[in-house]
Design a protein around this ligand. Structure first.
Ligand code: FES
Ligand code: FES
Length: 152
């Protein structure tokens, strides 16, 4: 089947089979490798994208479900070559080690701050609770979100 969708504001088309995930279509068919495939079971959040503005695990969404819809990936957060404040803050705070979790965390954190520019620590923890990181211990990630919130 052929699907048409907008990815980061760009009209895209892909040939997919009925059971194909949005994550696979993004990474393997459409050239958006930012969302990562770590578990493919909805457990880790490394594949987080926005589907019509809602945070989803792209591994749990069928590509067919995105037909006719808007998808925002981590590649779409930068504007005119300038990093999103959350991306900058992750770099500056040292919140990236292996980086596998980073795209999903950045998408989730950017969406949190869009909805709530001044979140409490508990709200940050709740918003990022679906994103697992095996490297950082989370402290630097929370530092990065606080830094981005100050700037936003
Ligand atoms: S790869 Fe989708 S939640 Fe882990
Ligand atoms: S930086 Fe390695 S999993 Fe988060």
């Amino acid at each position: 089947m052929k699907i048409s969708l907008r990815v980061n504001g760009i009209e895209e088309e892909a040939d997919c089979w009925e059971g194909e995930s949005l994550l696979f279509a993004l990474r393997e068919k459409l050239g958006y490798p930012g969302a990562k495939n770590a578990c493919e079971q909805g457990e880790c959040g490394s594949c987080s994208v926005l589907l019509d503005g809602s945070l989803v695990c792209a591994c749990l969404v069928l590509a067919a479900q995105a037909d006719g819809h808007d998808v925002l990936t981590v590649e779409g957060l930068a504007t005119d070559g300038a990093l999103h404040p959350v991306q900058e803050a992750f770099v500056e705070a040292g919140a990236v080690q292996c980086g596998f979790c980073t795209p999903g965390l950045v998408v989730a954190a950017a969406e949190l701050l869009r909805q709530n520019p001044d979140p409490s620590d508990d709200e940050v923890r709740e918003a990022l609770s679906g994103n697992l990181c095996r490297c950082t211990g989370y402290a630097k990630i929370f530092d990065a979100v606080r830094l981005a919130a100050e700037r936003i």
